[in-house]
Each structure stands twice: as C-alpha cells, then as structure tokens.
Design a protein around this ligand. Structure first.
Ligand code: SAH
Length: 343
C-alpha cells in the first residue's frame, strides 16, 4: 500500500484520523505537536502516543522532510541561501537572513514562477510546478530545527520563488498549520505573504480568517506601463482597494513593495503618483532598489536618485522604508532565485 504523506493533510483531515479510530481528543494535539513542534521524522519517536497507534499510523502514513543539498553563505551580510532537493529531483531555494534582534526566513511556494515579471530572474526562468503544502511547511521546519536560536524571534516571508496566490490551496493548507497553536503558533506579526496582487484572491484571503500580513508588489503607478513590466498584474485601483480591505479586516497595514528601476519607474512623476495613490490609506511603502542580474538590461537607480524619489514621497505617503536586500552577492536576494535540476 502506498503511504499517504501526512504533512499534506489539513488540520481537519488530520483530526479525523483520530476521530475515526475512536481515540481520545488529546491525541490530535499530541500528533500535531510531534509533527510540527518537535519535527520528528518517524512515528516511533512519538513516545507519548501508544505503540499500537504509532504502528497503525506508520503502516499508512509517511513523514516527509527537506534538507539542503547545498548552502551558500554571503560573506557580505551573513545571509545564507539553501538549495533543497524535492522528491522529484527539482530544487527549491530558501534564504535565511540574520539580523541583530531576529532572524527572517524567506520561503518559496512554487518552483519557478509563471508570472514573468521583467525584473525578476525567477520569473524569467519559467515555471516548473507548485510546491505541496508539506514542502512549504518543511522549509520552515528545517530552518526552525537547524538554525533558529531558541526563544529568538523569527519571521517568515513568503517572498522566495513563485507566486503564493497562484498556489492558493497549498498556501492556505500550510498557513492553517503555521497559525495553529499545536502547529507553529505564528500570526500576522510574524508571517508576511508577498503577491503580485490578484484583487479577488486578496479579498478571499482577507475573509479566510487566516492570520498573516500582506505585501503587494506594486512597482508601477500607471496600469499600462506596469503591465509591460509585470504582464500578470491586475489594474492598480482594484488592487489597492482590495489591499485596503485586507488591511481593515486584518488590523495590519498592507505593505506596497516598489522595485525601483532606473529610467523605468523612478521618475518624479512616479513618486508624486505613488503619493497620490497611497496618502491617508492603511499602507506601508517598501522601496526595493532593483537587484541586478546577468542577462537583464534593467538597472538600479543611483543613490541620489533613490533619495530624491524618497524626498518627494515622504511628506504625504504612509510609512516609507527602503529595503536593502540581503544576499545580493550570492544571488539570494529578491528576484534572484532560480530553479535547478539535479542531473
Ligand atoms: N510573486 C510574489 C513573491 C515573490 S517576489 C510577488 O510578486 O510579490 C518577492 C519580492 O521581490 C517582490 O516584492 C518583488 O517585487 C521583488 N523582486 C523581484 N525581483 C526583484 C529584483 N530583481 N530586485 C529587487 N526586488 C525584486
């Protein structure tokens, strides 16, 4: 009999295993804690669960895990990029970033990406497949077991390879476990999902009851030129209305990410338009000077130009910050991840 991958089950599905067997309720919590808090890889390690039940589970289910095939550390800023091999031989990338007071892990939801944003190396590499929910969770589990210091605050950003909202079912399935008290017990202060921003899906996410913060890749102030840069993007007005709805529902501000590209979207006119679009609304603006990559002619603006852009934004736009990307020297920064196949 082919064993079922237990970390792909939703919480309800996992709970029904225990209910269907007529086992006591607290076994549900024990099973989840072994899988997601202690991160065991074998049912025999679940020592507070009766041997008979462990053996029953072991006959029917398997516990998947991910480990890096390769790790590359940045000599410049201490961030590390991990290549992890999936069970079909494809590689996903995830990044660990060290800050003074916390650690941030950047995880992937797809291998490659179908969106083809011109400035993003991942997108220009094409699309291989969606990640399953166990593969999303196993990235977090790997980091938590191997790298996260005990009692240290850590944040998760869904900003690696892929578009989370194009893999919605697995995003939700994994998010439910990231949020749950018997899972990772993390909420909107610790988890951020970054998306190109499909308005209908943003509204659905706001109504889902799942706990995470939202970041939307805006990177343009006018529909036509934004669509040239990001062919998969939806109209700006609808996207921002949905972003506002999400902010109100979740009680967190929605971040608008704006990749600054020299001569493309970094003019005074863009800065003024961005102020007009955002003034007085529940947003934060995160400017990301472009990370350049070989094969693309797009360039990062000069520091003076970035400062000038900010000076026009600051008086009216809400909470402006600049992201100094980590891992640029090891191609681990935003938009630099790409997929590999093991030969
Ligand atoms: N598909 C999602 C998440 C992956 S991209 C999204 O579109 O948001 C994660 C972040 O990296 C986005 O804000 C994106 O705009 C940014 N990004 C992509 N390529 C980049 C590059 N070359 N330089 C800087 N930021 C980039």
């Amino acid at each position: 009999m082919k064993k079922t991958n237990i970390k792909n089950l939703s919480i309800d599905e996992l709970h029904s295993i225990i209910d269907d067997l007529g086992e006591k309720n607290h076994r549900k919590s024990q099973l989840m804690k072994w899988l997601y808090q202690k991160g065991v890889e074998d049912f025999s390690e679940m020592t507070n669960i009766p041997v008979q039940l462990r053996e029953w589970l072991d006959a029917r289910y398997r516990i998947s895990s991910l480990a890096p095939a390769e790790a590359v550390e940045s000599p410049e800023d201490g961030s590390t990029k991990f290549l992890m091999e999936c069970d079909d031989g494809l590689m996903l990338e995830a990044v660990l970033m060290e800050f003074e007071k916390h650690q941030t892990i950047c995880i992937s939801t797809q291998i490659g990406c179908p969106l083809r944003c011109l400035f993003c190396n991942t997108g220009m590499q094409g699309f291989e497949r969606d990640l399953r929910s166990d593969e999303i969770l196993n990235q977090v589990l790997y980091f938590r077991k191997a790298h996260i210091r005990p009692r240290r605050r850590f944040n998760i950003v869904f900003m690696g390879m892929g578009e989370p909202f194009l893999n919605l079912e697995n995003l939700y399935r994994s998010m439910e476990i990231l949020n749950h008290q018997d899972g990772f017990a993390l909420g909107e202060k610790r988890i951020t999902v970054s998306t190109i921003g499909f308005p209908g899906k943003i509204i659905d996410a706001a109504d889902s009851g799942l706990k995470f913060s939202l970041a939307i890749s805006l990177s343009g102030t006018e529909d036509r030129s934004r669509k040239e840069l990001m062919p998969g993007s939806a109209p700006i007005m609808e996207t921002l209305s949905a972003a506002e709805y999400f902010a109100e529902k979740s009680g967190t501000r929605t971040t608008l990410e704006y990749v600054l590209i020299a001569g493309v979207n970094d003019t005074e006119e863009n800065a003024r338009a961005l102020s007009d679009l955002t003034a007085g609304r529940p947003f934060k603006i995160n400017l990301i000077p472009l990370n350049e990559w070989i094969g693309s002619e797009l360039r990062r603006p000069s520091e003076e130009r970035i400062d000038h852009f900010i000076s026009i934004l600051l008086p009216r736009a809400p909470a402006v910050t600049v992201r100094r990307s980590r891992g640029r020297d090891i191609s681990a920064a935003c938009g630099q991840l790409r997929f590999h196949r093991r030969d």
